[in-house]
Design a protein around this ligand. Structure first.
Ligand SMILES: [Zn+2]
Ligand SMILES: [Zn+2]
Ligand SMILES: [Zn+2]
Ligand SMILES: [Zn+2]
Length: 172
């Protein structure tokens, strides 16, 4: 092997090492910036408890006072959210005057079941988990609000057992 060849091989190795180092640094940067779930555990870094009323779909449109549900929303800089269908014809925020053009129009962030990951419609997931609201109540199948501390529906008599949140664990 002559000197030229050795130098060439050495150069390739240094290049590869530099490339790998760059990829590692970049991944670290990305996960720090976007809060990506940790690779090793696969667990989301954010809080393991989800409340039903944290999702934007559970919030009320501040123009028609109807529930957002799955409709596209227009979010104003003042923090209020409206149905896109309500904000568009209104033209501006009735609270702070920001024009519709300057609002953030997108799909609402919906609450997912912390047990199975499916989108929630009401307190009771199709997997059987019961998701509480922040005030420690949940919505019965009949639509009545039930105290999670005494999980018996006063209206329809339904008895609930699984009102305690499970910690989210990734399936392996
Ligand atoms: Zn509305
Ligand atoms: Zn506003
Ligand atoms: Zn579920
Ligand atoms: Zn009920």
């Amino acid at each position: 092997m002559d000197l030229g060849n050795t130098l060439f091989t050495l150069g390739i190795i240094i290049l590869l090492v530099a490339l790998i180092a760059m990829v590692i640094v970049f991944q670290g940067y990305l996960s720090a910036k976007y809060d990506l779930p940790g690779r090793a555990t696969g667990r989301p870094k954010k809080k393991s408890t989800t409340f039903l009323d944290e999702g934007e779909d559970e919030k009320k449109c501040e123009i028609c006072y109807g529930k957002i549900n799955e409709d596209p929303i227009a979010k104003c800089a003042c923090g209020r959210i409206f149905h896109e269908a309500c904000a568009k014809p209104t033209g501006s925020c009735p609270y702070c005057g920001t024009s519709y053009e300057n609002m953030e129009v997108r799909e609402p962030e919906r609450t997912r079941c912390p047990v199975c990951g499916k989108f929630l419609k009401g307190s009771i997931c199709s997997c059987g988990a019961v998701i509480r609201r922040k005030d420690d109540t949940f919505v019965c199948k009949c639509g009545n609000f039930v105290d999670a501390g005494k999980p018996v529906c006063k209206k329809c008599g339904a008895v609930y057992e699984r009102t305690i949140m499970k910690v989210f664990k990734e399936k392996k």
